[in-house]
Design a protein. Structure first.
Length: 257
């Protein structure tokens, strides 16, 4: 059976590429809800309903585990999904804890870049309340990065000027930038270019995939085969078969993040 991956669009490919490095022998089925993206500017109820639709679709195809490779959908639906489905459901979580740990003693602050919905949801608020005892965490939504990504524009003057426009003027006071949306690692080069050299950029992708591995291992669900697995892509329920789109997806999952 395959591992299901779900995102509002192509952001989850940044998580899938980590999974392929660690577990190349697994089969994957990736659902990009690009027709309904972005999720980050929708209501929690809308995102929950769209997520349930996508997961129903994946479940009908038979999956042994599910990665909600979307911070926004995780905040809106992960608890409810776990009550309905028997397979392991792995969600995303902005890397606030490691960011605070590595930044707090350097006298610097942490900036979390995520969608508006993720930032205002209870899940994120309680994560910050738990780990940010020194109040060094600030938040910034970046909705246009999701739009740029969905049109496969990851660099160029428009992306650069948007990033420069939204970054705080006193950016020097930050030690770590947390990418709390799976679309954002696709802009690592553009972000690096815009940021002062001392700022680390971190995301939760590796941690999520390590956790997926542990869960599969612990439940005896890892694929024993030593043949490279296959990946099937669906865009909002329609199988992606055109070469142009497949080529773009493949480029993302085979580029190091
Ligand atoms: N990739 C998603 C996330 O990790 C959401 C992007 C969007 O659709 O707004 O939050």
């Amino acid at each position: 059976m395959s591992i299901g991956f779900f995102d509002s669009g192509i952001g989850g490919l940044s998580v899938l590429r980590e999974a392929l490095t660690l577990m190349p022998h697994e089969n994957y089925i990736y659902f990009a809800d690009s027709v309904n993206a972005p999720y980050g500017t929708k209501t929690k109820e809308e995102v929950k309903a769209l997520t349930f639709n996508a997961v129903r679709f994946l479940n009908e195809r038979g999956i042994k585990a599910l990665v909600i490779a979307c911070n926004t959908a995780t905040s809106a639906a992960v608890k409810a999904l776990r009550q309905v489905y028997d397979f392991p459901v792995i969600g995303m979580e902005p890397a606030v804890k490691p960011a605070v740990e590595k930044t707090k003693d350097a006298g610097k602050r942490v900036l979390v870049l995520a969608t508006s919905l993720t930032l205002k949801e209870e899940k994120f608020q309680s994560l910050v309340a738990k780990f940010d005892s020194r109040h060094i965490v600030d938040m910034l939504p970046a909705p246009r990065l999701v739009e740029f990504a969905e049109s496969f524009t990851f660099s160029g003057p428009e992306v650069d000027s948007y990033i420069n426009e939204i970054l705080p003027a006193d950016i020097e006071k930050y030690g770590t930038l947390v990418l709390g949306c799976t679309h954002f690692p696709l802009f690592k080069d553009a972000l690096k270019k815009a940021l002062p050299s001392g700022i680390d950029i971190i995301d939760g992708n590796r941690g999520t995939v390590n956790y997926l591995y542990e869960v599969l291992m612990g439940s005896g669900l890892l694929n024993k085969s030593d043949i490279k697995g296959r990946i099937e892509f669906y865009k909002s329920g329609i199988k992606v078969e055109d070469d142009e789109t497949l080529r773009k997806y493949e480029m993302i999952i085979h580029t190091s993040g």
